[in-house]
Design a binder for this molecule. Sequence first.
Ligand SMILES: Cc1cc2nc3c(=O)[nH]c(=O)nc-3n(C[C@H](O)[C@H](O)[C@H](O)COP(=O)(O)OP(=O)(O)OC[C@H]3O[C@@H](n4cnc5c(N)ncnc54)[C@H](O)[C@@H]3O)c2cc1C
Length: 497
Amino acid sequence: MASTSMRTPSNPITKGVFCYNTRKHLLARLISNSSFFGRKLVDNSLSYSTSTSGKKTLRNRSELVRVSGLNATSESHSFDVVIVGAGVIGLTIARQFLIGSNLSVAVVDAAVPCSGATGAGQGYIWMIHKTPGSDKWELAMRSRKLWEMFAESIQHQGMNPVEILGWKKTGSLLVGRTADDTVKLSRTVEKLSEAGLGAKFLSSNDLLVEEPALMVGKEGGAAFLPDDFQLNARLMVACIEKANRQFTSEGRYAEFYYEPAISLLRSGSTGEVEGVQTLNYILNAKKAVVIAAGCWSGSLMQDLMRDSNTDLAVPVKPRKGHLLVIENFKCFKLNHGLMEVGYIDHEAATLQPSASDSGPIYHAQTPSISMAATMDTSGNLVLGSSRQLAGFGTEVEESILNSIWERAGEFFPALKEISLRDYSKSREVRVGLRPYMPDGKPVIGPVPGLSNLFLATGHEGEGLTLALGTAEMVADMVLGNPLKVDHVPFAVQGRCC
Ligand SMILES: Cc1cc2nc3c(=O)[nH]c(=O)nc-3n(C[C@H](O)[C@H](O)[C@H](O)COP(=O)(O)OP(=O)(O)OC[C@H]3O[C@@H](n4cnc5c(N)ncnc54)[C@H](O)[C@@H]3O)c2cc1C
């Protein structure tokens, strides 16, 4: 699984009546035994002939497919849009089509929604660490507005966004401890204010009032954005799935979980993408196929396009991150969400070219740890986070958890008095693989030369924040609507070849 947790998150969806997940346990075992989540999404023993003519034959009649000794009938279903990947990006794209058009949508996932990076997300939807005028700024602002509208719509339906989404409008603090940090933070405040956000600079004394447990020293300070907010990624996903499923009875929505996508269906005459073959199903897509498979999107695209003449290399990489959750934390309270200013550099760090010039130093990159601290609506202290380019493994590394704890102790001295071992029974560890693009921007848009195929991936540490803006952009592209945000910085062309 991509996101591992010491406790398995309860996922109501796997039990859903709308979910086409027959033989899920067997498939899950097949998936976990193969290198599915590694470089090759489909192990040779799981794959089968996907020649153009073969696909055509499969599409036109139900046929018995042999998969590693497993006989499965490939049922065929038709939708307007097929989305591969049920992380926050895939699910919000589905939602956007459902509420913003009359198209029908299928969501396909190799596992279940929170098994990817989404399940490890800390939940901040913040502008405090973003740069006004940067390529991602407009998308982030649009997305933030859409999240606020989303929370309001929940309220209008008579529900409480705090309960449903883990919504907390606590504001965010970007904190520093040195004179240099303070200069940086003052500039941040200036830029955010010029961009129309109500940012404030807080001296170390002001900070003490806002966050009594935080210690930044005399030279430290913080940039404060009172309007920033956070949510609980898992609650939010459950809420979106529930809303999407309301369209099932109209025949407009279906989920295919534990169903890895295996190949693309393409027209023999025009080459147009016409659907997706999963392990057990043929899913025809009349209008579009959207690949939103997070950090697996690059290797998946290679597999999907094995027999195609199109060259497309999506350079998205898994950037592993640990998150430490201390349940029912009583030692101190946090009034806001906090992040150290060094987080920005860690997030933006790119791959270093290797000395031999044979490619990036990928496995060798040392983990970086930066403090991000939030308190969720259940009173859990959520501490992040680490970044590592270390392949597709998701094993928990105790040394990294200790570093996260120690780093947090630099800012919250009370933590230095407590050993992390004391929380061994009341801690949860989440590990996720952020979809990292070397140029730091997501890839959103049509794939040149493959009409009807769209990509939406590479959101790294900002996928929760950018999800609703991304979803709107993809849906508008497919529907031919005017776009609300400039899409050019995110185009596939020139970045995936
Ligand atoms: C520790 C940590 C903390 C974070 N905190 C935040 C935060 O506070 N705020 C924020 O904005 N972002 C945060 N992020 C980043 C955010 O979680 C990600 O950017 C986001 O979840 C990416 O979503 P996704 O849908 O692209 O990918 P994923 O959630 O990884 O989903 C991809 C899905 O594709 C599926 N898939 C893969 N291969 C196939 C296949 N062949 N067929 C079908 N399905 C397939 C997978 O099973 C998976 O479910 C954090 C990330 C981490 C790791």
